[in-house]
Ligand binder design. Structure first.
Ligand SMILES: [Zn+2]
Ligand SMILES: [Zn+2]
Ligand SMILES: [Zn+2]
Length: 149
């Protein structure tokens, strides 16, 4: 799904972008999952959208994960690129799970089996994802399966 990649740093400034991410990270409704996602409270069907005041005084809608990518990389999202979720969690705004890539690559991630990990030893047993960089979704196997590697 294409994301609305506005020039975040140009429009909001690097400091404001970083402050917004910090504010949402500290928000009482934001949850951190065991896989490292920062999940904002769901308010629409697709992405977390917030209204921000731009440096020129206008107020405009931005997607939180796009702000998070821009703040972490200290640059505007590349024109025509999506900000993809390696974790497949649309509402996640942890920058380590975000990557700028084409919508073709982004869409390819929709069909991904992720990886399987041993619940006992926490080892990744097998990577079934062939995307680059790899998706971070992982599912536990029923029992220890470390012996298969
Ligand atoms: Zn995530
Ligand atoms: Zn994948
Ligand atoms: Zn094991």
């Amino acid at each position: 799904m294409p994301t609305n990649t506005k020039p975040v740093i140009t429009n909001l400034g690097a400091e404001e972008a970083a402050a917004i991410v910090q504010e949402w990270h500290d928000h009482p409704d934001t949850i951190t999952t065991p896989s490292g996602c920062w999940i904002a409270k769901r308010t629409s069907a697709d992405y977390k959208k917030i209204h921000c005041q731009e440096l020129n005084g206008n107020v405009s809608q931005y997607q939180l994960h796009v702000i998070a990518w821009a703040a972490a990389n200290n640059k505007d999202p590349p024109t025509g690129m999506d900000i993809s979720h390696l974790c497949h969690e649309n509402y996640c705004f942890f920058s380590g799970h975000l990557v700028a890539e084409s919508s073709t690559l982004n869409n390819r991630r929709k069909r991904c089996y992720g990886s399987r990990y041993c619940p006992l030893h926490k080892n990744i047993v097998v990577h079934l994802c062939d995307h680059n960089p790899r998706c971070v979704i992982s599912k536990a196997t029923d029992k220890c399966s470390c012996h298969v590697i």
